[in-house]
Design a protein around this ligand. Sequence first.
Ligand SMILES: Cc1cc2nc3c(=O)[nH]c(=O)nc-3n(C[C@H](O)[C@H](O)[C@H](O)COP(=O)(O)OP(=O)(O)OC[C@H]3O[C@@H](n4cnc5c(N)ncnc54)[C@H](O)[C@@H]3O)c2cc1C
Length: 570
Amino acid sequence: MNRQETLQMIKDNPDISVLIIGAGVNGIGTFRDLAMQGIDVLMVDKGDFSAGASAGSSHMLHGGIRYLENAEFRLVREALHERNRMLQNAPHYAKPLKTTIPIFKWFSGMLNAPLKFLDILDRPGERGAIVIKLGLTMYDWFVRKHRSMPTHDFKLKDAALKEYPQMNPNITCVATYYDAWMPYPERICLEMILDAEAINPDCHAVNYMSAVDGDNNSIMLRDEVTGEFYTVKPQVVINAGGPWIDFVNERMGQNEQRFIGGTKGSHLILDHPELLEATNGSEIFFENDDGRIVLIFPFVGKVMVGTTDIHIDNPDDAVCTEEEVDYILGMIDKVFPSIEVNRSHVVFRFSGVRPLPYSDASTTGQISRDHSIKSIPATGDLQYPIHSLVGGKWTTFRAFAEHTTDVTLKDLKRPRKTSTQNVSIGGGRGYPQSEQAINNWLQNLQHKTELPLERLRELFDRYGTRAEVVAEYISQGNDQPLEHHSVYSQREIEFLVTDEKLVHLDDLVLRRSLIAMLGFLNAELLSELADVTANALGWSDALKQTEIERTIQILHKNHQVELNPTPISK
Ligand SMILES: Cc1cc2nc3c(=O)[nH]c(=O)nc-3n(C[C@H](O)[C@H](O)[C@H](O)COP(=O)(O)OP(=O)(O)OC[C@H]3O[C@@H](n4cnc5c(N)ncnc54)[C@H](O)[C@@H]3O)c2cc1C
């Protein structure tokens, strides 16, 4: 079903079992789980899928060693198991990541946890080698029965400086352990949506569709493309609005309780080969002098650096400010003091708002990263319960979705049929497990499509086994590399545009691909992408120009990427 057909269906059948408001990773995870239980679900998002906090994260799949200090053992254990599941279920987009902590002292921070427990310490303090050793031992222990990556290791100063010659010589030692990262969180989200819709034809996800109003038995949705309104009558509402949860509840006339106290976090993408080399393939994870966690890590040939943690009331206002850029660039100096990094290296900035539970903690680092469901029951005149999904990590989305699905199934008096624990995601399905198996897989695909092996390898690296459908599409017509970014071809872009629920041009450059994030976008490339998109979707010249201008504005406002508009080419 295309978007238009789905909208018509909503008009014709307003009665649905479940409405999910918000298509970030938590809404999407729940959508997929409910789809697998045979429930009919409509999921809407006011913007593109996963364009909120789920696109603004640090791209880590991690247990969160820092949370041990806040005694969040349940969360860390769960997150480590979910991290391992993602490595297994989405091997194309979840990658092991060697992580190195530069350590400057031996004993500091030993009293942090007990003092926090006694409520005497309310801000993070520096952690020395002993505390980090304790944390990493626990980290390893939590997954001892399902180990998929090496255990932690310490190196004294001399050995550490051999491995990281540019590192600050004032270190006493480094600790190394393994977590995981995701180059394409937005594509994981999209693939889960496509999987869910393929499994259950009664499940539909619509982007650019806002929940704007609600009464006791219906919710009004507004199509942000046409301005048209739709009314649906759900039996259960799941408010997966992330940092917007309180705004969504307010729209539905539920404004008695405040659930969210969001904090903004910003990241920079740097084009800096020397810094990239200095990381030696490792995430460098440390704390700044103010106790904030800092990460510097190799990101698809660039370097990602973050992050900040600033209270914010309206998530729509979240952009990375000049002060944050100064702060983030300044942090690098603590670990790599001899490397010059300045604004000229920044190719992209982005911000997200953590949907943290509302709290009166004096420092944001103290607020729990665990997830919970806050339910407003269907009592009195209210005909449907509203379950708000508060907090959580990207890493733990599947567990959170499972919990939410169980609560929803109980409302609907329906049984759980199956678990998502071992279900592969999109291009992680049938993923070849060794280099030899990958080569065989590529050779088979070459027989089918007659595309060059190097090209197929490129597609495999970008889409996992979903490369098969991409390659088949490419091979069915005349194709050529893009003139202004030859790692993509015209038909590959056409595939993304027509098969991946694209509504606006910025969906393509920001979420279906990493083109903007990696700093490859310029005015000529944007114009070329707009041509391909317009041809594929039948846009008029006027609409194409409007889309180019919209993309330029979003890149300017949200990512401080400046493109000069070029005149329309046709
Ligand atoms: C800076 C930062 C760094 C992070 N780093 C990590 C990390 O490294 N690892 C990790 O595991 N986690 C990390 N997280 C946490 C993780 O990203 C979030 O917990 C998770 O993405 C939240 O997902 P969500 O679906 O709840 O919210 P979101 O992704 O924000 O989704 C909510 C959606 O609701 C939509 N919406 C809002 N109002 C309406 C409406 N009226 N109608 C329809 N739709 C609406 C929004 O458009 C949005 O898409 C980080 C978060 C941030 C901000």
